[in-house]
Design a protein around this ligand. Structure first.
Ligand SMILES: *Cc1c(COP(=O)(O)O)cnc(C)c1O
Length: 368
């Protein structure tokens, strides 16, 4: 039987092991471990790639959000509207920065619903933090309109969306701050935890730069309370190397998405994500290929029995499902989606024949 893991972690390393070893050897032999030129180079590469004014390497994307929210000057009790269809990290970052995350429902695109943002705004609301999920950027026209009409700030969770665009603007460059994650299974993954802040605002850049390194500015002078959340230099060197060919990664992921779309769109039991080029306002990078499926749990089991790994994002829980954390919202579209969602293998290691096998098995399941 063929086996197709959902994500092949050893392969991430083994595919270019010799090159990675030489990068690690070179930076380590120079003693370049913390905040050396490799980090500065990567920060510049990332800013250039995303057409962003500034980028700051940090420990992970969750830290990135905490740090930019602190840099913005979030006050205790300030409310920030988020999608419930996101990782717990989006909400926890708001909490750690002193604010209150308010999860709202999703629209038909499974991303935060602008109408629900409007309904949730009250006198305590200070900002909106949409998640650019699965490698797709939200309809930012509507969100920007709401922001400016209500005098709120916009920040982004673009942990999953490096290279994704809406109307030719990169995810992560719409708001005052955003995060990118380099967790191994993310579109640009390294060999451990790492993340970055993108910002277009000089003050937020300066402040975030200081906070990630004990409040120290470029001259080593302490300017504010900070913490330690520095992106490892060795990881930065690896990320710079991988960013050089990142366009190929996006191309390949988009082509896998097209194959899935061609072979699965005939099934009425599935609601697929938008195909590449189906709406030219959106340029998706397919961090995930997440769909809604009838009899989802049985389908998942059937695919597992046939050697195919799938994943239900965040164990099938949105933010408002975490009752132990005090959430009690009623968000019907998010509930519905979490009952049906499943992610198919989407990464650089699967072959065309794998996609064909996966689609064949899905068709077999519904023909039963
Ligand atoms: C992965 C992810 C994060 C967290 O990223 P880390 O680098 O692991 O902290 C935040 N939000 C979303 C939507 C994610 O997918």
């Amino acid at each position: 039987m063929k086996t197709i893991p959902f994500f092949d972690y050893p392969k991430l390393w083994l595919e270019e092991r010799e090159i990675f070893l030489s990068i690690i050897d070179e930076t380590s032999s120079n003693g370049s471990f913390i905040m050396q030129s490799e980090l500065e180079v990567f920060e510049e590469d990332l800013a250039n790639y995303t057409n962003s004014q500034y980028s700051i390497g940090v420990g992970n994307a969750t830290d990135a959000m905490e740090i930019y929210l602190q840099a913005i000057g979030l006050q205790k009790g300030d409310e920030i509207i988020i999608s419930s269809h996101t990782m717990l990290a989006t909400a926890s970052a708001v909490i750690q920065a002193g604010g209150i995350p308010i999860p709202v429902d999703i629209g038909p695109d499974n991303l935060i619903d602008p109408n629900c943002i409007e309904e949730a705004i009250n006198t305590r609301t200070v900002g909106v933090l949409p998640t650019q999920l699965n490698g797709r950027t939200c309809n930012m026209d509507r969100i920007e309109e709401i922001i400016s009409k209500n005098n709120l700030f916009l920040v982004e969770d673009s942990a999953q969306a490096l290279g994704s665009k809406f109307k030719n603007r990169f995810a992560g460059t719409f708001g005052m701050g955003s995060c990118i994650s380099f967790f191994p299974a993310k579109v640009l993954g390294c060999f451990g935890d790492a993340g970055a802040i993108l910002t277009q605002d000089e003050n937020i850049y300066e402040k975030s730069f200081q906070i990630r390194d004990h409040g120290r500015d470029k001259n080593g002078e302490v300017q504010c309370w900070g913490r330690n959340s520095r992106l490892d230099n060795v990881q930065a060197a690896i990320l710079s190397y991988k960013l050089q060919t990142y366009e190929n990664v996006i191309k390949r992921r988009r082509s896998i998405a097209s194959m899935y779309d061609e072979q699965l769109s005939e099934l009425d039991e599935l609601i697929l994500p938008p195909a590449p080029n189906s709406n030219l306002d959106h340029f998706d990078v397919y961090q995930n290929y997440e769909l809604a499926a009838k009899d989802r749990d049985d389908l998942k089991k059937y695919l597992a029995d046939n050697g195919i790994g799938t994943l239900i994002q965040w164990g099938g829980q949105g933010i408002h499902h975490f009752k132990n954390l005090g959430f009690n919202q009623n968000l019907p579209l998010t509930d519905k989606f979490f009952n049906e969602c499943i992610m198919l293998p989407m990464n650089m290691f699967i072959e065309e024949s794998d996609v064909e096998y996966i689609c064949e098995m899905i068709k077999n399941f519904y023909r039963k």
